[in-house]
Write a protein that binds this ligand. Structure first.
Ligand SMILES: *Cc1c(COP(=O)(O)O)cnc(C)c1O
Length: 237
């Protein structure tokens, strides 16, 4: 069961936080897309969010994710794949997800190009960059980005739209600012290097999305802040 009133409150709160961060940084709220990360909740919560007007949804696992895409079955919904993607799962993921935020190797890109051609698809892709350099993180290193971007730009089925990163988990969100700024700087360097527009910066999660927006995020991936209290409250009742 989903506490819909609480979910509506949380969604409103997230929009207020987005609005506040935009105001502080002189940005337009329409330039920031909220991707609701639904990996911890079921199809009922996805449906409830859709009915509240949410249109962008993110999942990090092929099986679970594809299940929820199928369960919602609304052509207006846009699905974002945000987790590590194995090459043998590309054929399942591409038909369901219009955007893949986690492109992290040329080998994966080649497989995506091949499957997209077979299935006549044109997925939008973001390069995942391990900007903080933490050993535990997926993503290419910043210094590899120009070479990988050059290769991906040659794959005619893939629309390279920008970059994605995950900041380290820290207590104080201010500490993530340097990483978000680093991704934005890298994006500028890549645009210069490739001569292409790379407008999208997918960065910021529940703990740090306000800081990410101040640093230029165009997509924030928010899960727990949306679902806090919605699912527990219902089971207790
Ligand atoms: C889970 C997840 C998120 C959302 O995290 P929250 O802290 O719940 O907002 C964002 N991005 C990725 C890649 C994730 O796996």
């Amino acid at each position: 069961m989903v506490d819909r009133a609480r979910l509506a409150e949380n969604l409103e709160q997230v929009h207020r936080t987005i609005g506040g961060a935009c105001e502080r940084s002189g940005r337009c709220p329409e330039a920031v897309r909220l991707v609701a990360v639904t990996k911890t909740v079921g199809a009922e919560a996805v449906r409830a969010l859709f009915e509240l007007g949410q249109r962008d949804f993110g999942e990090n696992r092929p099986r679970n994710g594809c299940g929820k895409v199928g369960a919602l079955a609304e052509p207006e919904a846009r699905w974002h794949f945000i987790g590590h993607l194995q090459r043998n799962k590309v054929k399942d993921v591409l038909p369901a997800f219009g955007t893949v935020h986690s492109l992290d190797s040329v080998r994966l890109a080649r497989q995506m190009q091949r499957i997209a051609e077979e299935q006549d698809l044109q997925p939008t892709v973001l390069l995942e960059v391990n900007i903080s350099g933490e050993a535990s993180k997926h993503g290419i290193e910043a210094r590899e980005a120009p070479g990988v971007a050059d290769e991906v730009l040659q794959m005619d089925r893939l629309r390279l739209a920008g970059l994605m990163t995950m900041a380290p988990l820290v207590e104080d969100p201010e500490e993530t600012r340097v990483h978000f700024r680093g991704l934005r700087t890298l994006r500028e360097r890549l645009e210069h290097h490739t001569g292409e527009d790379l407008p999208e910066l997918s960065m910021g999660m529940s703990n740090d999305y306000a800081v990410a927006i101040e640093e230029g995020a165009t997509q924030v991936r928010v899960g727990s802040a949306l679902f806090r209290g919605c699912i527990e409250a219902a089971t207790e009742a």
